[in-house]
Write a protein that binds this ligand. Structure first.
Ligand code: NAP
Length: 516
């Protein structure tokens, strides 16, 4: 990875790359699970010229950003770690955010990744130089989301660009009239304001998705009054969570084969759940019944039960797990409001029926901008084509990793690789394995670049979209998986084992390449 000596202002002419760039040099965007996994496997493969650009000041990605009270993962602990870096002493069955972040820190230290990371450095643009087979990467260092400071512009060069930004890194804020005039404190769940005590406050929560059902219970315990504004109820199952006993942790540590067996059992039992995501499946019906029984057992008041019962297919939005959300909603200081929010005043939320709720704090649990993927970064590929233009009808890639016309670009957790039933770390490891085979090919065949054949990419995506039509995500609910044109750009359409099969050996006949 090389860097030009002179800093520059983005938008001015691009600089000349230095002549001594080690081949292949790799630039990675993001230091969450994806970016770190990529760097570890690159190092293991003998590639040392690695730079990770991280816009924040510490590693962790989504687990750094989502520090809201109650934040936890709904994938079991022993599966929510890299296969090559097991952790025996998970404290409980489902990991909490702080423990996951601790694990990520441990990984960054153990594999000596920090010297490769440029913190507080945001990638703003990347342009592929076809003649040189190099990505020119524009960054801003030291800019701040909080104080609006501008930062220092620089240009870097790398043969390979890896995007590891995830699908859930840009908070979505609702466009509700009057929000700019609200005089209280407002923040998003992924930008939690830990300085603002909620004790005794009059709080409004907008949204009731995966994040909100986790932070509503602890917020309800502190707030004086909490109004939860629900647009759509969600399907919720009991959470089979519990702390691990010391003897269990000891057994995991002393008997790695036992730990591995347990992890495999978790993987296959989650994998089996995919059947519930097929339209009209028997398993889906059984899971729906379990969710309704959970609601029935925790909520007695018929009107509230009705308000909390989803009217869309189970799984069309993410199936959630919680034992404390329904009880929290029924606390005397909590009210569930199902009338849509119409506007804000300087100190209240007003619903469409004209009812006004006094609040001094608004928390947005309104999710993320998910269908744009790399959107805020200007990516320019062969022939000056922009990725934004190539994706004007919706993001798509080959196996979610590579994109025709954008050579030597590899995406982790890219288009159509999100899951509703299993661990995303499994997918990331498959993608890293795939990308490294491609990078090795660049070296072994002395290639300047490679990228997928557009016809093969189109055929693959036709298959993806045809498969997706058979799943519950195509049954018409509004979800973050589907873009404004009705295309599901986010989800992998079948079992993860099928993804593993497709990515374990790169079919280079699906690729075009150019010699150095
Ligand atoms: P989300 O699932 O997209 O939920 C957003 C919520 O905000 C929904 O209830 C949505 O209502 C509501 N909303 C959005 N815009 C609104 C508006 N203008 N007015 C009123 N309500 C509005 O977002 P999230 O809860 O942050 O979760 C996103 C994803 O993050 C999850 O699906 C999951 O993949 C991941 N996540 C994972 C975990 C985990 O345990 N692994 C935990 C948290 C998050 P509608 O439903 O009507 O759109």
């Amino acid at each position: 990875m090389a860097e030009s000596k002179r800093t520059k202002t983005a938008g001015r002419g691009l600089e000349t790359p230095p002549s001594d760039i080690p081949f292949p040099s790799v630039a990675i965007i993001g230091s969450g699970f994806g970016g770190l996994c990529m760097a570890i496997k690159l190092k293991e493969a003998g590639f040392q010229a690695i730079t990770i650009f991280e816009k924040a000041d510490r590693v962790g990605g989504t687990w750094r950003d989502n520090s809201y009270p109650g934040a936890a993962c709904d994938v079991p602990s022993h599966l929510y770690s890299f296969s090559f870096e097991p952790k025996s002493d998970w404290s409980r069955a489902f990991p909490e955010q702080s423990e996951i972040l601790g694990y990520i820190d441990h990984v960054a230290d153990k594999y000596n990744l920090r010297p490769h990371i440029r913190f507080r450095t945001e990638v703003t643009a990347a342009e592929f130089d076809e003649a040189k087979g190099l990505w020119r990467i524009e960054t801003i260092t030291g800019s701040s989301e909080n104080n609006g400071s501008r930062g220092r512009h620089e240009t870097h060069f790398a043969h390979v660009l890896v995007s590891a930004c995830g699908q859930l890194n840009r908070p979505a804020y609702p466009d509700i009239p009057g929000l700019d005039r609200f005089e209280g404190v407002q923040f998003h769940s992924a930008r939690w304001n830990h300085q603002h005590s909620l004790k005794g406050r009059k709080v409004a929560v907008i949204g009731t998705g995966a994040s909100a059902i986790q932070f509503v219970p602890p917020v309800a315990e502190q707030a004086g009054q909490l109004h939860v504004f629900q647009r759509t109820p969600t399907w919720i199952l009991p959470k089979p969570d519990r702390p691990y006993m010391n003897y269990e942790k000891r057994r995991f540590r002393k008997f790695p084969a036992w730990r591995e067996t347990y992890r495999n059992w978790l993987y296959w039992s989650l994998e089996a759940r995919f059947a519930a995501l097929n339209q009209g499946s028997v398993l889906g019906e059984m899971v729906k019944r379990a969710a309704l029984e959970h609601l029935d057992s925790q909520v007695k008041w018929p009107l509230l039960k009705k308000a909390l019962t989803p009217d869309y297919e189970l799984g069309c939005k993410r199936i959630l797990i919680s034992n404390d959300y329904y009880p929290a909603i029924q606390r005397p200081n909590v009210a569930l409001i199902t009338t849509p929010v119409e506007r804000f005043t300087k100190n209240s939320v007003v619903d469409r029926d004209g009812r006004s709720y006094d609040v001094d704090t608004v928390i947005f649990g309104t999710g993320f901008e998910t269908t744009g993927f790399l959107a805020p970064i200007r990516i320019t590929g062969l022939g000056g084509q922009s990725l934004k233009e190539a994706w004007k009808d919706g993001a798509e890639a080959f196996l979610g990793v590579t994109v025709a016309g954008f050579p030597n670009l590899f995406m982790l957790y890219g288009p159509n690789t999100n899951l509703g039933h299993n661990s995303i770390l499994f997918m990331i490891e498959c993608q890293v394995h795939y990308a490294i085979q491609c990078i090795r090919r660049l070296v072994d065949r002395r290639l300047k670049y490679l990228h997928p054949d557009p016809d093969r990419q189109r055929e693959y995506n036709e298959w993806v979209q045809a498969e997706l039509k058979k799943r519950v995500w195509a049954t018409g609910c509004h979800s973050w998986y589907v873009n404004e044109k009705g295309k599901n750009t986010n989800n992998w359409p079948t079992y993860t084992v099928s993804y593993w099969r497709k990515t374990r050996q790169v079919d280079f006949s699906a690729y075009r390449s150019e010699a150095r």
